[in-house]
Design a protein around this ligand. Structure first.
Ligand code: URA
Length: 209
C-alpha cells in the first residue's frame, strides 16, 4: 500500500489557513499557493539520492555530497495544478514540466483526457503530479493512468488539501504512488467540494467564477 504524508510544518499550516480564508484575494492566494508548493517540494525531495564530490574549501580538501542527478518531471493537472508549478521549480529548477488536461464527461461524470504533453524520457524520470485539491480522486487517478500508459514508473502525487474519499480512491487505484498533502479535510459535500476546503482552487487562482 502506498504511503500518505501530511505535512504539518508550521509554515505550511499557517499559509494554508490564509489560502482557505474566503477573504484572501486572488493575488495573495496565488502567492501563498506558490509558497506552500515550494515548502512541500522541500519535504518531498528528502529522499533524493546523493553522491560524493571531492572539492577544495579555502581550508582543505574534502568529500561532500551533491544530488546524483536524478531526473525529475513535474506534471500539473490542468488547470489548477499550474498554480503549484513555479513553487516546485524554485527548488528543482532543472525539472521538466509536462501537462495533463482532463474534463469531466457530462454523462458518465468520468474524467476524460483532452491534452497530454510530457517530457520524452518518461520512463527515466521521477514524476511529481500536482493538483491543489484531491477530491473524489478521479482526476488524479486518470492523470496517473495517463502517465503510466506512456511509460512512467516512478510517480508521486502532491496536493494542498485532500478528502479522505479521494485518498482512498487514489490508493486503491495506484498503490505504488505515495501521496503528499498539506491537510486532510473532513469529507466531500454533495457537489464534490472538499469540506472545509478552500472552494474552487482554479477559480481562486485565476480570478474566474
Ligand atoms: N476542486 C476544487 O477546486 N475544490 C474542491 O473543493 C474540490 C475539487
Amino acid at each position: 500500500m502506498s504511503k500518505v504524508y501530511v505535512f504539518d510544518h508550521p509554515l505550511i499550516q499557517h499559509k494554508l489557513t490564509y489560502i482557505r480564508d474566503i477573504n484572501t484575494g486572488t493575488k495573495e492566494f496565488r502567492e501563498l499557493v506558490d509558497e506552500v508548493a515550494t515548502l512541500m517540494a522541500f519535504e518531498i525531495t528528502r529522499d533524493l539520492p546523493l553522491e560524493d564530490k571531492t572539492i577544495e574549501t579555502p581550508v582543505t580538501k574534502m568529500t561532500s555530497k551533491i544530488l546524483s542527478g536524478k531526473k525529475i518531471g513535474i506534471v500539473p493537472i490542468l488547470r489548477a495544478g499550474i498554480g503549484m508549478v513555479e513553487g516546485v521549480l524554485k527548488l528543482i529548477p532543472a525539472a521538466k514540466v509536462g501537462h495533463i488536461g482532463l474534463y469531466r464527461d457530462p454523462e458518465t461524470l468520468e474524467p476524460v483526457e483532452y491534452y497530454a504533453k510530457l517530457p520524452a524520457d518518461v520512463a527515466e524520470r521521477e514524476f511529481i503530479v500536482v493538483d491543489p485539491m484531491l477530491a473524489t480522486g478521479g482526476s488524479a487517478i486518470e492523470a496517473i493512468n495517463s502517465l503510466k500508459k506512456r511509460g512512467a514508473v516512478n510517480i508521486k502525487f502532491m496536493c494542498l488539501i485532500a478528502a479522505p474519499e479521494g485518498v482512498q480512491a487514489l490508493q486503491d487505484a495506484h498503490n505504488d504512488v505515495d501521496v503528499y498533502i498539506a491537510a486532510l479535510d473532513d469529507k466531500l459535500d454533495e457537489h464534490g467540494y472538499i469540506v472545509p476546503g478552500l472552494g474552487d482552487a482554479g477559480d481562486r487562482l485565476f480570478g474566474t467564477k
